[in-house]
Design a protein around this ligand. Structure first.
Ligand SMILES: [Zn+2]
Ligand SMILES: [Zn+2]
Length: 374
């Protein structure tokens, strides 16, 4: 079967032929991959910034955002059935018995860093035709989400972040005065969130924040009338152009910022925005910047704000099963509320043979391009 793999030692990215995986354990599930999302992580893997092949192998099959269909199940499988659409999780637990996170099924909080990740770290990924994995890593997606299910995995980043925001804000009176709790209606937006960046992670994060009742602002370059800007408007959020509004002007424009959801990976910019976070606010980092050397930051100002305004800075990576389930629920909600904006996130479908143009170049105006196999 076909697979896109990186060869770190020789710095090559190739479409290769690999043996089809077979079910070997009673809890295994065999999945036919339908779509694979292409993201910044894949592009960085193709630039050999990270990415570790499985032990003993010279290559790593990449791809971690996927949607597949179950075609065969082992004798002991109960969670999924043949014909189900599924999105497999990415991270697998470390093998240290004393890692309480992995032992509890929360490898997204692995203490040892010896976890593995399909398509990223020591395990082959999903940019291929068939995948076999344990049923415990499969998340069933309703048929109605066939066309957008490949967005589940990138949406889990926002779901995990939001779950933590809700948990942390229980430290204070956080409920909306009129309708406490989640899913407030369009007119009751008692908390304000700023999303940094209008890439797929930022736009999916903005949708999740809107669905959670936040008055939401997306701060990005690129123009309010661009396709990204149109998505922002369609979901009832506000696009703020970085070209015309400075970071210092942002709180004046938005009001007190309760949550910043960072989705750019640009660290000096993010720390500038942190200085404008509101009282009791949370700043969530999701980007992973390259290391470009030190820059100057006003640490006195940031530390004073953090203490005197009860602020929280949170980093978040990967996702639990509950976050996948939340992403699947929210995707159904987005589809109901904003079908066109949701569909607009997928800007192109390509055969896997087009891997070079999609992975090694930056296709203009793409939000989320995918490889379609069916
Ligand atoms: Zn990704
Ligand atoms: Zn662990």
């Amino acid at each position: 079967m076909k697979a896109v793999a990186i060869f770190p030692a020789t710095r090559e990215v190739k479409l290769i032929d690999v043996p089809e995986p077979r079910i070997t354990r009673p809890t295994d599930v065999r999945v036919r991959i339908l779509e694979i999302g292409i993201c910044g992580t894949d592009k960085e893997l193709c630039q050999f910034k990270y990415g570790t092949p499985p032990a003993g192998a010279d290559h790593l099959v990449i791809g971690h955002e996927s949607l597949g269909e179950v075609v065969e199940i082992g004798a002991a499988v109960t969670r999924v059935a043949v014909g189900d659409l599924v999105v497999p999780m990415v991270r697998r637990p470390c093998e240290h018995a004393d890692c309480v996170a992995c032992s509890a099924g929360r490898q997204d909080f692995c203490y040892t860093n010896d976890y593995t990740e399909r398509g990223i770290k020591e395990r082959d990924g999903f940019m291929t035709e068939w995948v076999v994995d344990d049923e415990r890593y499969m998340n069933v997606v309703p048929r109605a989400l066939r066309d957008v299910g490949v967005l589940v995995e990138p949406l889990t980043i926002a779901e995990k972040a939001l779950a933590q925001v809700r948990q942390i804000q229980q430290r204070l009176p956080w409920a909306c005065p009129t309708t406490p709790g989640r899913r407030s209606d369009e007119t009751d937006q008692c908390h304000r969130a700023v999303v940094l960046g209008a890439g797929p992670v930022g736009l999916l994060g903005a949708m999740a924040l809107r669905a959670d009742g936040f008055e939401t602002f997306v701060y990005s370059r690129g123009g309010a009338d661009s396709p990204r800007g149109q998505v922002v408007r369609a979901i009832g959020a506000t696009f703020i152009e970085a070209e015309t509004t400075t970071v210092a002007e942002l709180p004046g424009r938005v009001g007190a910022i309760d949550v910043v959801y960072e989705a750019t990976g640009a660290s000096p910019f993010a720390f500038e925005v942190l200085a404008g976070l509101g009282t009791n606010g949370i700043f969530v980092f999701t980007g992973v910047p390259g290391r470009r050397g030190p820059v100057q930051v006003d640490t006195d100002l940031l530390m004073r704000n953090l203490v005197l305004q009860n602020q929280v800075v949170l980093g978040s990576v990967n996702a639990s099963r509950a976050d996948f389930e939340a992403a699947i629920r929210d995707l159904a909600l987005f589809q109901e509320r904003w079908p066109q904006a949701l569909a607009a996130l997928i800007t192109g479908r390509f055969p896997i043979e087009a891997f070079a143009g999609q992975l090694l170049a930056q296709p203009a105006d793409a939000i989320k391009n995918v490889f379609a196999l069916s």
